[in-house]
Design a protein around this ligand. Structure first.
Ligand SMILES: *Cc1c(COP(=O)(O)O)cnc(C)c1O
Length: 366
């Protein structure tokens, strides 16, 4: 038995004629950076999220960095986020010179616990970055309410949640700005790096637009110090055609997750909870087990690929031993890091694979 965790070649195979034609057309066109494809994709993706503006950038990390810079956040400022996330969230805060302040998660959803937010706010706090981890929306209403009362910016980290919904609205439409990654494994993935910042506020979107390219509005005239972080035409062309399949892929992810939920009910692992009123898009299907490492080894022996997202919370990593931790500590983050296991789940995954994975997980507990 050989069941991969993920098979990106299957997605390319399904779309090969379309992708090859799009790539060839960009190559033949001779315009490779910030052109027609990027402009069109920015509009199409912003519309998909239900917001007015999109700005294509070089990666999800850069999207977060640029969103913070657009809010004029930097040295001397504090930004609250979770420790239980991809390190990129925290790295992006540090890239601006601001100080990350890490708070704990709700154990059932793995997302920022709104009850920990208010206590972590100081006179220097400027923004909060909720992360919609694994494809599950963070609890945006209380987060927005607390942020509004304290005059904080809200920047959504949507890197794992393209198409997820909270109370009937797409994530990415709640914060002042929202940041997406198009890293190849994400629900909408390029054939390389890519990212986008979306916003309903014209001024903030415009600032990101300038900041992504040396502060230029007009070529060779920098209005502000900026970066070089641009989405390229090849990636935009590929992402445009993949965007047309995103809903169908997310529905397939949800169907596979429902099948896992049913087959794993009553087994030794805890299956993912879905927040009420939300659409979880299962970037990852993550179970909890007290015997996680043994379970992973057992599955590996049976040819089943799994991964751990994430074996260490950010504050447990060598680079972040001195990071600021919010009141209440990070016990749930540490418990999650010790218990989580991501099972194979991707839109092209064969049904038989899922059945075999579920059967093996159940057999482990017997
Ligand atoms: C992938 C990811 C990022 C960073 O995106 P890149 O495109 O890899 O820079 C940020 N936050 C989260 C939660 C992610 O999963």
């Amino acid at each position: 038995m050989d069941i991969p965790f993920l098979d990106l070649k299957a997605q390319y195979a399904a779309l090969k004629p379309e992708i090859d034609a799009a790539v060839t057309s960009v190559l033949a066109g001779g315009w490779y950076i910030l052109g027609e494809q990027v402009r069109a994709f920015e509009q199409e993706f912003a519309a998909y999220c239900g917001v007015a503006y999109g700005v294509g950038v070089g990666s999800g990390t850069a999207a977060l960095q640029l969103a913070l810079l657009a809010c004029d956040i930097g040295s001397g400022d504090e930004v609250i986020t979770v420790s239980y996330t991809a390190v990129a969230t925290v790295a992006a805060i540090e890239l601006t010179g601001a100080t990350p302040v890490l708070v704990d998660i709700e154990p059932a959803t793995f997302t920022l616990d709104p009850q920990r937010l208010e206590g972590a706010i100081t006179a220097r706090t400027r923004a909060v970055i909720p992360v919609h981890l694994y494809g599950q929306p963070a609890d945006m209403l209380p987060i927005l309410d607390i942020a509004r009362r304290h005059g904080l910016r809200v920047i959504e980290d949507c890197a794992q949640a393209h198409g997820a919904m909270y109370r009937g609205r797409h994530i990415g439409s709640f914060g002042d700005l929202a940041c997406f990654s198009f890293y190849p494994t994400k629900n909408l993935g390029a054939a390389g790096d890519g990212g986008m910042v979306v916003s309903d506020e014209a001024q903030l979107a415009e600032r990101v637009r300038l900041l992504r390219q040396y502060g230029w509005r007009q070529r060779y005239v920098s209005e502000m110090p900026g970066l070089n972080s641009r989405l390229d035409e090849l990636q935009a062309a590929i992402l445009r055609l993949k965007l047309r399949h995103l809903e169908e892929w997310n529905r397939r992810r949800q169907a596979l997750a429902a099948r896992y939920d049913a087959l794993l009910a009553g087994s030794g692992v805890v299956t993912p909870a879905v927040r009420q009123g939300c659409r979880h898009v299962y970037h990852l299907y993550v179970v909890r087990s007290r015997r996680r490492d043994a379970l992973q080894a057992y599955l590996k022996d049976r040819g089943i690929g799994t991964l751990v997202h994430y074996p260490l919370a950010v504050h447990q990593q060598p680079a972040y031993t001195g990071v600021t931790i919010g009141p209440g500590g990070l016990a749930e983050s540490e418990r999650a890091a010790a218990e989580v296991l991501s099972l194979p789940l991707y839109p092209e995954m064969p049904d038989e694979h899922l059945q075999q994975v579920a059967a093996a997980v159940r057999a482990f507990d017997r």
